[in-house]
Design a protein around this ligand. Structure first.
Ligand SMILES: NC(=O)c1ccc[n+]([C@@H]2O[C@H](COP(=O)([O-])OP(=O)(O)OC[C@H]3O[C@@H](n4cnc5c(N)ncnc54)[C@H](O)[C@@H]3O)[C@@H](O)[C@H]2O)c1
Length: 395
């Protein structure tokens, strides 16, 4: 993670976060460990919790505690109760800055810890779903501190959501099932940044990709990218593998499970485990059988068809694989580290609500990434600068 390493080295020298109490809620992976090391090098006192019950790498959590002295509250496979207890335990640490992923910490703070809000300098948010929630908090007038929408940086969602989710989602499906993707019909539900990545990479593996959408513009985009587009009710009957990446609820509902082929594989790579209506599936099936880790088989009582659910409907790329590779998280977490620094530097100056990092920071992260990749690009000549800022020259 060369970009994050450069930031860590500068943080170590400049100490921009000296004495700041920081709560980080993220997938506890090796990449997150590097982010925490950068924050620690900058002088922050950091506590780390998991942003998903199934995404923790236990060896990473243990190493952060024993090798780096970071308190970590996370264990792979923790129950929802334990997950929520960890959120509250970390809030007891009286943080001033929150790094959130999905907005569970900020939502808990607002709902349960009103007395703590005045000490919050600000928060950062890693993912699309968290930003949807922050916007709803803003609209309801309950977001009373600044929050940096890290996801909205171009060097985050163009790469992490698209290429990271595209690759790691297929990695999760393959590690869980060892299925051959070639020749299979793979249905991608949602053609946003993540959906585009999953569709693109599945096509590369030889799958026949079908897309479902609710947004006409995204649907036209999918058609012109060469994918078949149809409503989920039709796609349910033709798909061999289904991947939800919408950030929306019950995108695959009970009636869709009812019309699936025998042996259909269903998983989710959106933030929360509510994209598949698993309670509905449970009601219409015999008790599920675990075939292998992260693979459960439900047999429908109506048709006898078997529906294979991966990773309990939680983010499959983190449940059954390791999440995004380090080289893409390098840019996402460079944005996180610089957003925390920005909040601390601008303490008391930013209005409450959702903010994005200045464009120059985004461009600088991309420049550093190119440098790390050993790739040079051109700069505008003086003549080109003048041409682009003038209007006289035309036909
Ligand atoms: N697995 C990961 O590691 C990872 C990484 C980044 C983001 N995410 C999460 O993935 C989800 C998608 O993120 P994104 O950045 O692609 O968001 P996005 O807003 O770019 O795309 C979501 C798409 O889903 C579509 N959609 C909404 N409801 C739908 C429905 N009922 N049927 C079909 N399509 C529907 C929307 O129109 C939109 O095009 C979010 O929950 C986000 O937090 C996961």
């Amino acid at each position: 993670m060369p970009v994050l390493r450069l930031i860590r080295e500068r943080f170590a020298a400049e100490q921009p976060l000296r004495g700041v109490k920081l709560l980080a809620c993220a997938h506890v992976t090796t990449e997150t460990a590097n982010l925490v090391r950068a924050l620690q090098a900058g002088g922050a006192e950091t506590v780390l919790i998991a942003s998903n019950p199934l995404s923790t790498q236990d060896d990473v959590a243990a190493s952060l505690v024993s090798d780096w002295g970071v308190p970590v509250y996370a264990i792979k496979g923790e129950t929802t109760e334990t997950y929520n207890r960890h959120v509250r335990t970390a809030l007891d640490f009286q943080p001033e800055v929150i790094i959130d992923d999905g907005s569970d910490v900020v939502a808990t703070l607002i709902k349960e810890r009103a007395a703590q809000i005045s000490q919050i300098i600000g928060s950062t948010e890693e993912t699309t779903t968290g930003i949807v929630r922050l916007r709803a908090m803003e609209a309801a007038g309950v977001l009373t501190f600044p929050s940096m929408a890290v996801n909205n940086a171009q060097t985050k969602h163009f790469f992490d959501n698209r290429y990271g989710t595209g690759q790691s989602t297929l990695d999760g499906i393959i590690r869980a099932t060892n299925i051959l993707l070639a020749g299979r019909t793979l249905v991608v539900l949602g053609y946003g940044w993540c959906g585009k990545g999953v569709a693109m990479r599945a096509r590369g593996m030889g799958s026949n990709v079908v897309v479902t959408e609710i947004d006409p513009i995204k649907a036209v985009e999918a058609v012109m990218d060469g994918f078949r587009v149809m409503p989920v009710a039709e796609a349910a009957a033709v798909g061999d593998i289904f991947v939800t990446v919408t950030g929306n609820r019950h995108v695959i509902d009970a009636q869709h499970f009812a019309s699936m082929k025998d042996g259909a594989i269903v998983c989710n790579s959106g933030h929360f485990d509510l994209e598949l209506n698993l309670l509905g599936l449970r009601d219409m099936s015999d008790p599920p059988a675990t075939l292998r880790p992260f693979v459960e088989e439900y047999r429908l009582r109506s048709t006898g068809h078997r529906i294979i659910v991966l990773g309990e409907g939680r983010l499959i790329n983190l449940a059954a694989a390791e999440g995004h590779p380090a080289s893409v998280m390098d840019m996402s977490f460079a944005n996180q580290a610089l957003s925390v620094e920005y909040l601390v530097k601008k303490r008391g100056e930013l209005k409450p609500g959702v903010h994005v990092l200045p464009q120059e920071v985004d461009t600088e992260i991309a420049s550093l990434k190119l440098r790390a990749l050993g790739i040079g690009i051109d700069a505008l000549t003086a003549e080109q600068v003048e041409y682009l800022s003038s209007w006289e020259t035309g036909t």
